[in-house]
Design a protein around this ligand. Structure first.
Ligand code: MN
Length: 459
């Protein structure tokens, strides 16, 4: 079976160009002009042909505050596909007192038979006993070379500096990459308690109890500890100028720091948590959204290649029946927001508005995430020999983001009413069309677990 995608502008982190693509056996077989015809032709016309999006920060079917995500692997990955993402790396959770292996088995059960796109795992580690450290050392050999630790959430997943530095040292020796949620958990806890004592319990107090400096302090500390042991470190969801400054300072010293921001920090603001009728709860996620000035700083950082990835941090809970739980107390609102489907289109608005180039858009949404997390060159670029994970993206369509047009399983979009330009038309996963004309036409379960290479493997 040979498929030809003809006439598209091929998006690449190294510069776009016009060519045809031939697909055979699920791989990109040839790129060139006037290729021999295939069994099947997809005319790309005026569309851009993008490498399938790689979203390296998702939480599907994940437990939180005694609840479970609105999206499981089925609805979450169908939404991802319709939004132009063909690979996710989901956070596989260790449970307190249990092994990492038990967490992986649980995640395999959640994903298999349901995933519409390819997926890998990061290991979310919450209980670092000596035996867990031994398991951690072997994870890169099992195709899971990244582990996430939390410097926040006191009394829950929060770890101390000794544990962090041990994990960094371990990762360095075993080909792992430590990812950190960087916020000073003690300070956030103290501010939270102060608000509760004063009877200030609205969604906005979630944001007010987690000011930018709390994030910046932990970001600086995490980078310093990584530097001390000579280990690479990945800072998830950088939200503000203060944390960004610490990332840049680290990079300038030569610290091996890689940093991510997420769609929501480019578009949402703290005031969204103050929306009436408890609607603010839809925007309760951590770190909280900041200011217009922070957004401008993040865009400039993307334009100057100071941040490596833009992820969704898709973590969906319904407004009705889940976020509701915290009506009387913001600390009981499950954290997180959906965005797995909106990510690519929202980031593309940066191209439309001239904030980033098309090359940077491709790099941030697919190539760099794939390179950072051991998926490249199989994923993340349109290249001969790569998986034929492709998106036919129409850059001229104007449309409005509305809940009823989305495919996720949660009851709202944080970007409701946003007018955007550019839309995903068709999506191929390993050569097979899974989205056609914006509609999902694949079969849940055809997504496969992807073994990823250890950090630092030559690409
Ligand atoms: Mn997250």
């Amino acid at each position: 079976m040979r498929t030809i995608i003809s006439g598209g502008l091929i998006g690449s982190s190294g510069g776009a160009y016009r060519a045809d693509v031939a697909i055979e056996d699920g791989k990109i077989h040839q790129i060139g002009c006037d290729l021999a015809p295939g069994d099947h032709t997809i005319a790309a016309g005026e569309c851009i042909l993008l490498p399938g999006g790689v979203d390296v920060h998702t939480h599907l079917d994940a437990p939180s505050l005694g609840m479970v995500s609105a999206d499981d692997f089925r609805s979450g990955t169908i939404a991802a596909a319709c939004g132009g993402t063909t690979t996710i790396i989901d956070f596989c959770q260790q449970e307190h007192g249990k092994s990492l292996a038990a967490g992986i088995e649980k995640w395999d059960n959640k994903a298999s038979g349901k995933a519409a796109i390819d997926y890998g795992y990061h290991m979310m580690v919450v209980d670092l006993t000596d035996s867990v450290f031994e398991e951690l050392a072997r994870l890169p050999q099992q195709g899971i070379p990244s582990f996430k630790l939390f410097m926040a959430f006191k009394g829950g997943a929060m770890i101390d500096d000794l544990t962090l530095v041990r994990a960094l040292d371990q990762a360095k020796r075993s080909g792992g990459l430590v990812m950190v949620h960087a916020e000073n958990g003690d300070a956030a806890h103290l501010l939270q308690q102060r608000f509760l004592e004063r009877g200030l319990r609205q969604p906005i107090h979630h944001a007010l109890s987690r000011p930018a400096r709390i994030e910046a302090e932990a970001t600086a500390r995490a980078i310093a500890l990584a530097e001390v042991v000579g280990a690479p470190i990945y800072i998830v969801h950088v939200s503000c100028k203060e944390a960004l400054e610490e990332v840049v300072r680290g990079k300038m010293r030569g610290a091996p720091v890689i940093a991510e921001t997420c769609t929501q920090y480019l578009y949402l603001v703290q005031e969204d948590l103050d929306r009436p009728d408890f609607e603010g709860a839809k925007f309760v996620f951590t770190p909280p959204p900041r200011t217009i000035e922070d957004q401008a700083n993040l865009w400039r950082a993307l334009a100057n290649n100071l941040l490596e990835t833009v992820s969704s941090d898709h973590s969906s809970t319904n407004f009705r029946g889940q976020k509701d739980n915290g009506r009387e107390d913001f600390t009981l609102i499950p954290n997180g927001l959906p965005g797995i489907e909106e990510r690519l289109t929202m980031l593309y608005q940066g191209v439309v508005q001239g904030k980033i180039t098309l090359d940077q858009f491709v790099d941030l949404s697919a190539t760099r995430p794939a390179r950072t997390f051991g998926l490249y060159p199989r994923k993340g670029a349109i290249a001969v020999g790569a998986d034929a994970d492709l998106v036919v993206f129409d850059p001229d369509v104007k449309w409005t983001i509305k809940q009823e047009r989305l495919h996720h399983g949660v009851d709202y979009s944080a970007y409701e009413g946003q007018e955007v330009r550019g839309r995903v038309r068709d999506v191929l996963l390993r050569g097979k069309v899974i989205v056609e004309g914006g509609q999902y036409v694949g079969k849940p379960g055809e997504g496969e677990f992807v073994q990823r290479a250890a950090y630092g493997t030559p690409q």
